[in-house]
Design a protein around this ligand. Structure first.
Ligand code: AMP
Ligand code: GLY
Length: 424
């Protein structure tokens, strides 16, 4: 079978790499892809939001399955558009992707399903939000833009003044455009964050081993938030008992409430959790694999990913049994461009990739890379590579990953040095 992966990040490189290992997959295409997917699959230069071009490509090339990586096309309705043409596509419908695309939809669904989450209020008007903050006790809150803002539309505020400033920036200065026209204000939760991802066909839920991302830019969780600077799996902060609890009280209830809302969920349901003294609460849902969580997860997955995706489309996940995993933990370290998450500097040749290519149990997934006129691989995005490694323990996986990181260099390249330390 031929498959098409939609997207261009490390997550999509990992999806393409894993799908190409399936005995039933002949060719993997990635739209638009990056240098990593150029080597491990075949790139087609189609934008993720150009649905007519994607549909044309799928039909002309007899693609048997499309897997969508990023949230933008999902929230814009790529699954509905392709399904309308009879194409088999893995991912949630536009209605179901609202769980990620609208924080207000998400909070209301959580409330309806009695699913543990922070106390909240929603606003479609800046003045009401400002009044609400002024009338309430001065304590830490989190202000969130309703719509997609590339992970940047969330301000964790220490006090009322910071919260008022956040409302000003989002709803009045329109820092995130239309995404900030509506707001959620919620209580700030304390604890440790973890990601629990599951694959569901709307009926059966296959929970994946817990993972942990590192959103702040710098060591010790300092600095501005990013798309994610590294991830590892499994994350021991989510114990086996906690994972079962999350499955029953969060994942099952979410799948159920989405059915009640007539937006049945299929695809990857990603619960961003805060694990505190009172147990786990939902911070957010994503409706796709996380990037970079996907990279260590798929390094460990042994079950055929195509079989899992097809079973999801056929509502036959109950027939898969349990998923098989490499018992070894896996750590992925993101190497970023100078300046990221602010304005970054691009175009520097990346050295050392060939030295790492021969390393056992190490895989470098590309995100922002391209080839220049001199046929050199250069950095072309904020997050550039996820250097991912297995090891007998988390500490050894970390050691292997950083050993590979040290072999790779370009001008201004940097990474966090403490990925997975919370688990060591
Ligand atoms: P979100 O996109 O909703 O996951 O928010 C991005 C980040 O903001 C999360 O990964 C948390 O670090 C933080 N955050 C979001 N909501 C809360 C909350 N209620 N309490 C504390 N931190 C939060
Ligand atoms: N790593 C967080 C995300 O993909 O949203």
């Amino acid at each position: 079978m031929k498959v098409l992966v939609v997207g261009s990040g490390g997550r999509e490189h990992a999806l393409a790499w894993k799908l190409s290992q399936s005995p039933r997959v002949d060719r993997v295409f990635v739209a638009p892809g990056n240098v990593g997917t150029f080597f491990d699959a075949e790139n087609v230069s189609i934008d993720v939001l150009d649905f007519p071009a994607i549909i044309r490509f799928v039909k002309e090339n007899h693609i048997g399955l499309v897997a969508v990586g990023p949230e933008q096309p999902l929230c814009a309705g790529i699954v509905d558009a392709l399904q309308g043409e009879g194409i088999r596509v893995f991912g949630p419908s536009k209605a179901a992707a609202q769980l990620e695309g609208s924080k207000i939809f998400c909070k209301n669904a959580l409330k309806l399903g009695c699913i543990p989450t922070a106390e909240f209020a929603t606003f479609d008007n800046a003045q009401n939000a400002l009044n609400y903050l002024k009338e309430r006790e001065d304590r830490p809150v989190v202000v969130k833009a309703d719509g997609l803002a590339a992970g940047k539309g969330v301000y964790v505020c220490q006090n009322r003044d910071e919260a008022l400033q956040a409302v000003q920036e989002m709803a009045l200065d329109k820092k995130f455009g239309a995404a900030g026209e509506r707001l959620v204000i919620e209580e700030r939760l304390d604890g440790e964050e973890a990601s629990v991802l599951a694959i569901t066909d709307g009926k059966t839920i296959l929970t994946l081993p817990p993972a942990q991302d590192h959103k702040p830019a710098y060591d010790g969780d300092k600095g501005p938030n990013t798309g994610g600077m590294g991830a590892y799996c499994p994350a021991p902060v989510v114990t086996e008992a906690m994972l079962r609890w999350v499955e029953e009280n969060i994942l099952v209830r979410t799948v159920h409430v989405m059915n009640r809302l007539e937006a049945p969920f299929t695809g990857v349901l990603y619960a961003g959790l805060m694990i505190g003294r009172q147990g786990a609460k939902v911070l957010e849902f994503n409706t796709r694999f996380g990037d970079p969580e996907c990279q260590p997860l798929l390094m460990r997955l042994k079950t055929d990913l195509l079989t899992i995706m097809e079973a999801t489309l056929d509502r036959q996940l109950d027939k898969i049994g349990s998923l098989e995993w490499d018992p070894r933990p896996c750590v992925g370290v993101v190497m970023a461009s100078e300046g990221y998450p602010g304005k970054s500097v691009y175009g520097h040749p990346i050295r050392g990739l060939e030295d790492v290519a021969g390393m056992k149990d190490v895989k470098v997934f590309h995100s922002g890379t391209r080839v220049n006129e001199r046929a050199e691989v250069v950095n072309a995005g904020g997050r550039v590579l996820t250097v991912t490694a297995l090891g007998e323990s988390i500490a050894l996986a970390k050691k292997n990953a950083y050993e590979a990181v040290r072999k790779i260099r370009w001008e201004g390249a940097w990474c966090r040095h403490d990925i997975a330390d919370k688990a060591i």
